[in-house]
Design a protein around this ligand. Structure first.
Ligand code: NAD
Length: 390
């Protein structure tokens, strides 16, 4: 057995630049929960970024991280992003995220997910989970058998089902708002739209823009997937690298993050970037500015891809599909408002969006300090969310 001195000595092997509490302070996190159950192979981290607006909602990702620090950094970054996404979408939710460290192809088991579910349950509703990269419907069902704090569950279990079609609808509305700003009309008829990726979001997005008479170009690293979308929508097939160099009106990244970067930005020949992928700009500040210099209007990714979150959030109040679509349609107005703020303050659209989200968190946070026994949020006396507090 290790003595305390052994354990303290072994700290010398830890990366000296890695300071968990300073990272938490810098990114303004409330809480990080480390979950360990070696007998079922569970190593998970739950990060709760901010609960000013309500319980922290965000998906669980299963990923084979190279090391634990990478997993921590990922969960901190992703959970913070969720706070901003909820805030800008007008939801009464905070931001959280979880990562399970492991190989999604080899290390899954019922006991692993049920153990994870118990840790989620232990947070008493401060964190509500959902499906993310590396997770399947079956995995979520296992988590759900241990905790009610799960959203995005299948329709046959009373949930809202696959969020991708709603995400695509929000991206479409964000794209139309961008067209309105760039061209004076939100019609996409005849617009040349390049869609990167032919997955769940992209395939539904292609349907929407094809119905409006857009000229679509589609690509995927799996050509079969792109071919299928091309057949269904009349899109033209292009090779993965060619999507960056095409003459387009709108470039819509719907595959990966970081695709607007130092290498690709000089090739872009489009008026608008509006896509469903998360973290489209490799470096928010730098590439946000560089898009402005090139006369390209950027619709902030986390604003226009929030339809999926809006959809799963509906489960907390009793799911209503029509209402979820109506709330998602409001992305159109939110995007126009962001463009106004960006223009007024001469800042990139992503910075404008961050500013509006932060302002909502700050101002609604102040409301929580006013005592009201009848308030919907009366259980929240203070800014840290506690479910069922009486
Ligand atoms: P998906 O896995 O169904 O589709 C992604 C597609 O991109 C795949 O077909 C993949 O082969 C393709 N791809 C990967 N790398 C590529 C490359 N370099 N060039 C071309 N194609 C490539 O995923 P999805 O659910 O459609 O999500 C797409 C993006 O939207 C992701 O970034 C995701 O994080 C984001 N997003 C999705 C949702 C949702 O509701 N599904 C919500 C918010 C954000």
């Amino acid at each position: 057995m290790n003595t305390t001195a052994d354990i303290i000595d072994s700290e010398s092997s830890i990366d000296k630049d890695f300071q968990l509490f300073s990272d938490m302070t810098q990114l303004e996190h409330e809480q990080i929960v480390f979950c360990s159950r070696p007998e079922v192979g569970l190593k998970a981290i739950i990060a709760i970024h901010d609960t000013t607006l309500g319980p922290a909602l965000g998906g669980t990702r299963m990923w084979n991280y190279t090391n634990e620090q990478q997993a921590i950094r990922d969960v901190l970054r992703l959970s913070r992003g969720m706070s901003y996404k909820s805030a800008i979408s007008g939801l009464n939710l905070g931001g959280g995220k979880a990562v399970i460290i492991g190989d999604a192809q080899k290390q899954k088991s019922e006991s692993l997910f049920r153990a994870f579910g118990r840790f989620v349950d232990g947070l008493g509703g401060r964190y509500i989970t959902a499906e993310d990269v590396g997770m399947t419907e079956q995995d979520m069902e296992w988590i759900y058998s241990e905790t009610k704090y799960v959203t995005g569950i299948p329709k046959h279990m009373g949930g809202s089902g696959n969020p991708s079609p709603v995400t695509a609808y929000g991206v479409y509305m964000g794209m139309k708002a961008s067209a309105k700003r760039a061209y004076g009309s939100d019609s996409l008829k005849g617009k040349r739209i390049g869609i990167q990726g032919a997955g769940s979001v992209a395939s539904h997005l292609a349907q929407y823009v094809s119905k409006e008479g857009a000229e679509i170009f589609i690509t995927d690293i799996f050509e079969e997937k792109a071919k299928k979308v091309a057949k269904e929508t009349g899109a033209k097939l292009v090779k993965p690298d060619d999507i960056y160099t095409l003459e387009l009106d709108i470039f819509s990244p719907c595959a990966l993050g970081g695709v607007v970067n130092d290498d690709t930005i000089n090739y872009l020949k489009c008026d608008i970037v509006a896509g469903g992928a998360n973290n489209i700009l490799d470096e928010e500040k730098k590439h946000g500015r560089e898009l402005i210099e090139r006369g390209i209007l950027y619709a902030p990714d986390y604003v226009i891809n929030a339809g999926g979150l809006i959809n799963v959030a509906g489960e907390l109040e009793g799911y209503n599909e029509k209402l979820a679509m109506e709330k998602t349609a409001r992305i159109y107005d939110t995007v126009l408002r962001i463009f106004d703020v960006a223009e007024q303050h001469k800042i990139p659209t992503i910075a404008a969006s961050n500013r509006i989200a932060e302002e909502r968190m700050r101002s609604v946070g102040r409301v929580g300090n006013i005592y009201s026994s009848n308030s919907h949020f009366s259980q929240r006396k203070g800014q840290i969310y506690l479910r069922d507090r009486k």
